[in-house]
Design a protein around this ligand. Structure first.
Ligand code: FE2
Length: 327
C-alpha cells in the first residue's frame, strides 16, 4: 500500500516553504525592525541572518541612508512601509551594503495586515527571474564586476593590505565624488576606479611589493610600472575603457613630480586626483605588513601637509569636510 506522507501543521508548512523558496524574502515590523529573512536572502546578501535580525532595516542594509542620490527610496520595502505603496514584480536596482554592485531584480512588496486592517509590518520578495521563469539577462555588468572586484582584492592582499583595501578606496572615492556633486556616471566611475586602481600590480613579485629596505632602481621601475600596466589591462575590457586614463594617472602628483608622465594640476584627470587622496588615506589608516595604521589625526595631518604638492588642495578640502560627517 502506498505510504501516506505525514501531515504537517500550517506554521510548519509555512516555514518550510519560506525556507525553501528560491526567492530572497525579508519581513520587517511596523517600526522597520528586521524580523525575518529566508535562506535565499542569506545567500543573496552573503551573510548569516543573525547579523541583521532585530536591527532597523535602513541601518542594517543601507548605512542609514533612506534615499538614493538621484532621489527616491533606496529600499522598496521601506517605501512600502512608509507610504503604503506596494510593488508587484517591479524591475529595480537593489544595492545594499552587502552587495558590491547594484543588482537588477524584480521586487514584490506588500504590507502585512491584521484582520482588522491594522498594519503589522511589510514583506519583500526578490527575484532575478521574470514571472514566466526565464532568467533575466543581467549578469553584466554586476557579475563581471564582482569578478574584477575579487581579482583586484586578491592583488591588493599580496601588497600587505588586509582584504577590503580596494573596496575602501572605492568607497572613499565615491563619497568624494558625491560630495563634489559630480554627475551619477562620474560617481560610479569613481567607485570602479577605486576597485581596480592597483590591478597592474599583478606582474610584480610579492618580495618587491613588500620589501622593507630601499628598492633598487630596477625594483622601483617595476613598482612604478603598475599604473601603466593597470591601464593596459583595463584597455582590453570594453566596459572599463573609461577607466584607462584614470588608472594610468593615479600616481601623478599635483605638483608634477609623480609618475608615469609627470602631469601637473588639472592635466591630471579629476578622478585620478580623487583616487590619489582616497588611496593615500586608506593606506595611512590601514595596518600594513611593515607598520601599524596611523591614528586618524596623523593621517589628516599628512593629507593637509601634502595638499598642493602631492594632492589637489580642493579635493583634500572636500575629503576633510566629508570626514567630519563620518567621524
Ligand atoms: Fe597604485
Amino acid at each position: 500500500m502506498k505510504e501516506m506522507a505525514a501531515l504537517i501543521s500550517g506554521p510548519e508548512a509555512a516555514e518550510l516553504i519560506l525556507e525553501s523558496i528560491p526567492r530572497p524574502v525579508i519581513m520587517v515590523s511596523k517600526d522597520s525592525t528586521i524580523l525575518y529573512i529566508n535562506k535565499s536572502m542569506e545567500k543573496f546578501l552573503n551573510i548569516n541572518r543573525t547579523v541583521i535580525l532585530g536591527k532597523p532595516l535602513l541601518q542594517a542594509l543601507y548605512k542609514g541612508q533612506a534615499y538614493k542620490r538621484q532621489g527616491g527610496y533606496r529600499s522598496p520595502l521601506m517605501e512600502t512601509l512608509l507610504t503604503g505603496r506596494e510593488f508587484s514584480n517591479q524591475l529595480m536596482e537593489i544595492k545594499t551594503i552587502y552587495n558590491v554592485a547594484p543588482r537588477l531584480l524584480q521586487v514584490t512588496t506588500f504590507l502585512i495586515k491584521e484582520d482588522n486592517g491594522k498594519i503589522r509590518g511589510a514583506c519583500a520578495l526578490l527575484s532575478s527571474h521574470t514571472p514566466d521563469g526565464r532568467a533575466m539577462n543581467f549578469p553584466a555588468p554586476s557579475e563581471q564586476f564582482e569578478t574584477i572586484y575579487a581579482f583586484a582584492e586578491a592583488i591588493g592582499a599580496r601588497d600587505g593590505y588586509t582584504m577590503g583595501h580596494s573596496e575602501k578606496v572605492a568607497e572613499y572615492s565615491r563619497l568624494i565624488a558625491e560630495k563634489m556633486e559630480l554627475d551619477a556616471k562620474t560617481v560610479d566611475l569613481a567607485y570602479l576606479s577605486g576597485v581596480v586602481h592597483d590591478i597592474g600590480k599583478i606582474g610584480i613579485s610579492e618580495e618587491v611589493l613588500n620589501k622593507k629596505g630601499p628598492l633598487s632602481s630596477e625594483e622601483y621601475k617595476q613598482i612604478m610600472g603598475h599604473s601603466q600596466m593597470g591601464a593596459s589591462i583595463l584597455s582590453h575590457i570594453s566596459w572599463l575603457n573609461d577607466l584607462v586614463p584614470i588608472i594610468e594617472a593615479h600616481h601623478e602628483r599635483y605638483d608634477g613630480t609623480g609618475y608615469p608622465l609627470g602631469l601637473k594640476g588639472e592635466e591630471i584627470p579629476l578622478l585620478s586626483r580623487i583616487l590619489a587622496v582616497a588611496d593615500a588615506f586608506d593606506a595611512m589608516t590601514s595596518d600594513r605588513s611593515y607598520r601599524k595604521a596611523y591614528p586618524l589625526e596623523k593621517a589628516i595631518e599628512e593629507l593637509k601637509h601634502n595638499s598642493g604638492t602631492q594632492f589637489d588642495p580642493a579635493i583634500v578640502k572636500v575629503f576633510l569636510e566629508m570626514l567630519k560627517e563620518y567621524v
